[in-house]
Design a protein around this ligand. Structure first.
Ligand SMILES: Cc1[nH+]cc(COP(=O)(O)O)c(/C=N/[C@@H](CC(=O)O)C(=O)O)c1O
Length: 398
């Protein structure tokens, strides 16, 4: 019956978690999956989340189905985080926002919506990008192409090539963009570069789809949303998928959002309805617990302020690990530049190691990076950073 079904080769990122768990090396270090670990190597529960969960736990309340679009407070929290508390588009009801099953769920609903309502549109992703971007859109029968983005030889962005490529695209083609903390390269556009990209998108009548999964880990909550808010200022139609997995450290609670900025309130109403219909036919409604945590943290002023502080502490620890690793490596390999570690933003660094060197790190040292050489810098801490640096020196020498 099922003998013709292909074996699943596994996911290049999530598959690392199982391999890491099975590794008996006492010195093993997980620099694979994009998860923030604290200075003790532990996945934190944020203080603001603890308080929110205490409120949810006492008094205990029933767990009815949520609306297809999720809790209004979850949706409001997404909108204010992405567009700003006083954004005119929110006052004018121009944004259709639903709560989703993480950023992945937001991308999936967005892809399904595009396939249904813009069937001719192709989706273009950066080269390289988060691998699941391609799988999610192709899984919704949206044809996926790649735009030039990262130059491995110079550890820089192929900006002119990217712009030239955008200028060849057709009306309503979708461009999947990372507003900050690019995954997997960590290389972000400058504000001037974003302005140029958005001008081309406007001129070619392309549809920007911005996937922001690390808001707050780059510069700050508002700066990280620069591209999003600039697109709004320009009056562009805009899709935004956001994730609270990393900045609320709620990975397993599956909380995110999908927002669509529309030209009129009537269009926003139409889009909102179809987003609901799309949710209904995929998973009916989003999870309750995570949605309530988002609602409480995002809408309680005191908890929101505490949350921002906790995110910036995570951001700053990652930045300190980047600086430390760079200085240790440059001391051990004089004359070789490791500027990429501090040029890059957010959770990831594209180390440029070859697949063979990445494999050696794993088999000889128990250090796990993604095979494309992506390192999750948030897996580094004071007790493992010298071990990782020495191992990198070893494999770089071979
Ligand atoms: C850019 C991006 N977008 C969306 C997601 C999905 O987030 P979620 O809210 O958990 O559905 C991730 C997750 N990235 C990390 C984990 C993964 O691969 O699923 C990663 O890149 O390691 C991203 O890196």
């Amino acid at each position: 019956m099922f003998e013709r079904i292909d074996y699943y080769a596994g996911d290049p990122i999530l598959g690392l978690m199982d391999k890491f768990a099975a590794d008996n090396n006492p010195d093993k270090v997980n620099l694979g999956v994009g998860v923030y670990y604290d200075e003790d190597g532990k996945l934190p529960v944020l203080e603001c989340v603890k308080i929110a969960e205490q409120r949810i736990a006492d008094p205990v309340s029933p767990r009815p189905y949520l609306p297809m679009a999720g809790l209004p407070g979850h949706r409001k929290g997404c909108q204010e985080l992405l567009f700003g508390k006083d954004a005119q588009i929110l006052k004018d009801d121009l944004v259709a926002t639903i709560a989703t099953i993480g950023g992945s769920g937001a991308l999936k609903v967005g892809a399904e919506f595009m396939h249904q309502w813009f069937p001719q549109a192709k989706c273009y992703v950066s080269d390289p990008t988060w691998g699941n971007h391609i799988a999610i859109f192709e899984g919704s029968d949206v044809e996926v192409g790649k735009y030039p983005y990262y130059d491995k030889t110079t550890s820089s962005i192929k900006f002119d090539e990217m712009i030239a490529f955008f200028e060849t695209l057709n009306k309503n083609d979708v461009i999947l963009l990372h507003p900050c903390c690019h995954n997997p390269t960590g290389m972000d556009l400058t504000r001037e570069q974003w302005d140029t990209v958005l001008n081309v998108i406007q001129a070619r009548e392309l549809i920007p789809f911005m996937d922001i999964a690390y808001q707050g880990f780059g510069e700050d909550m508002d700066s990280d949303a620069y591209a999003i808010r600039k697109a709004v200022d320009m009056g562009l139609p805009l899709f935004v998928s956001n994730s609270f997995s990393k900045n609320l450290s709620l990975y397993g609670e599956r909380v995110g959002g999908l927002s669509v900025v529309c030209p009129t309130a009537d269009e926003a109403k139409r889009v909102f309805g179809q987003l609901n219909a799309t949710v209904r036919r995929i998973y009916s409604s989003p999870p309750s617990h995570g949605g309530r945590v988002v609602d409480i943290v995002m809408n309680d002023e005191v908890l929101h302020e505490q949350w921002v502080g906790e995110v910036y502490a995570m951001r700053d620890r990652i930045k300190s690990m980047r600086t430390k690793l760079k200085s240790v490596l440059e001391a051990k390999i004089p004359g070789r530049s490791f500027d990429y570690l501090t040029d890059q933003n957010g959770m990831f660094s594209f180390t440029g190691l070859t697949p063979e060197q990445v494999e050696q790190l794993q088999t000889k040292f128990g250090i796990y990076m993604v095979s494309n050489s992506r390192m999750c810098v948030a897996g580094l801490n004071s007790s493992n950073i010298d071990y990782v640096a020495n191992a990198m020196v070893e494999v770089l020498k071979d």
